[in-house]
Design a protein around this ligand. Structure first.
Ligand SMILES: Nc1ncnc2c1ncn2[C@@H]1O[C@H](COP(=O)(O)OP(=O)(O)OP(=O)(O)O)[C@@H](O)[C@H]1O
Ligand SMILES: [Mg+2]
Length: 365
């Protein structure tokens, strides 16, 4: 644990009766970080967010925000604000009153309050919308009003529970970029919940991948994608080919693996502790595999297989290549450049190639 963490979740468990929703979770989040909780439905994302907000208390463990233990601090005294999935804005109020809602207890002069609201309207790129009725707004605009209403209170932490979940794909992508810009502009810490891996990769400085109440891996988007620590994480983030193997030799940091379908591979890996005889998996992303009609030259690994199927997607094609000794075909994703292989002529011999650095070694799973 680093001591300069702005939010520190330490060994937190949460039980609902006998059911354990959160299982020994420890997460440190830095000041100004865009941090995402990613995982499938029911893995405990909302529960964790609600504990940060103070709507639920941990069964054991402790949460610190800005160095202070939160166990005795009620929700309204915490330096956090939460934006919910269903954009909870008040339909009977206009935009201005919606945004200023949280300020009403502060008894500010009207001019000051209006100035703060106008600033927020600029920030969310809806200047001049103050007098609109909430029910005269689009879904994306309502979502931005909900954000402004949370931001005007200047929380140190903004908790966002699938805030873009209800938007269509195009609006969602536009809002992702705006959200990221907004977070950079205001510089506050975001804890963002999503079950959409692409969204998490696009937005986050770091991501915690959760499953059944636990954190499986916590890393940057590149780290999770390039160096997944388990098969579950690797298959949750993007597509991955897996090959069963056995460690046939260890020499310093160099590991030799007899992999089904690929033959003997030599990998330079210090992060995965393995010993001779261990069952392991070797994994490689579809876009890290080269595909060609003739035997490729140069360094790296190569193997001949049979092109079983192809799908042309315009900018790229997906190919499925059958290798001797493997049940499932290997997935390859290739950009359609001038040297792209023909997709029409199937059931013909084809070559796969890879760089050693693209192979991921996973301890038996
Ligand atoms: N108040 C509660 N009482 C009992 N069980 C609960 C309660 N709140 C949540 N749970 C259970 O805890 C688990 C985690 O729920 P949570 O809402 O945190 O999931 P989530 O990751 O946010 O899922 P989703 O993506 O579907 O929103 C679920 O199995 C849920 O049924
Ligand atoms: Mg949820």
């Amino acid at each position: 644990m680093t001591s300069d963490a702005f939010i520190s979740i330490r060994n937190v468990d949460k039980f609902f009766g006998k059911f354990q929703a959160i299982d020994d979770v420890s997460i440190d989040i830095g000041h100004g970080e865009f941090f995402s909780l990613l995982g499938s439905s029911g893995c405990g994302k909302t529960t964790l967010l609600r504990m940060l907000a103070g709507f639920e208390s941990p069964s054991s463990g402790e949460i610190y925000i800005d160095g202070q233990p939160m166990s005795e601090v009620p929700p309204h005294m915490r330096p956090v604000n939460m934006v919910f999935q269903s954009y909870a804005i008040f339909p009977h109020l206009d935009v201005r009153d919606n945004i200023a809602y949280g300020l009403r207890k502060q008894k500010l002069p009207k001019a000051k309050r209006d100035e703060m609201v106008d600033e927020m309207l600029e920030l969310i790129k809806l200047p001049g919308y103050g007098d609109r009725k909430a029910n005269e707004l689009s879904g994306g605009q309502r979502q931005r009003i909900a954000l402004a209403r949370a931001l005007i209170l200047r929380p140190k932490v903004l908790l966002l529970d699938e805030p873009l979940g209800a938007l269509d794909k195009q609006l969602r992508e536009q809002m992702q970029l705006e959200l990221r810009d907004l977070q950079r502009t205001v510089g506050i810490t975001f804890v963002f919940v999503t079950h959409d891996q692409e969204e998490a990769l696009t937005l986050s400085d770091r991501i915690a991948v959760m499953s059944e109440g636990r954190v499986l891996q916590m890393d940057s988007p590149t780290g999770l994608y390039e160096r997944p620590s388990s098969r579950r994480v690797a298959s949750f983030i993007g597509t991955m080919n897996f090959f069963d193997g056995t460690v046939s030799g260890v020499n310093g940091t160099s590991v030799e693996v007899a992999a089904e379908g690929l033959g003997t591979l030599r990998l330079d890996r210090r992060e995965t502790a393995v010993a001779e005889g261990d069952k392991v998996q070797v994994a490689i992303r579809p876009e890290k595999l080269g595909i060609s009609d003739s035997r490729p030259e140069g360094e790296g690994g190569r193997i001949e297989g049979t092109l079983e199927n192809s799908a042309y997607l315009g900018e790229r094609s997906h190919h499925y290549v059958r290798l001797d000794g493997l049940e499932k075909p290997v997935a390859v994703s290739a950009q359609n450049k001038e040297n792209a292989i023909a997709t029409a002529d199937r059931a013909r011999p084809i070559w796969l190639s890879w760089n050693e650095e693209s192979l991921v070694l996973l301890a038996g799973d």
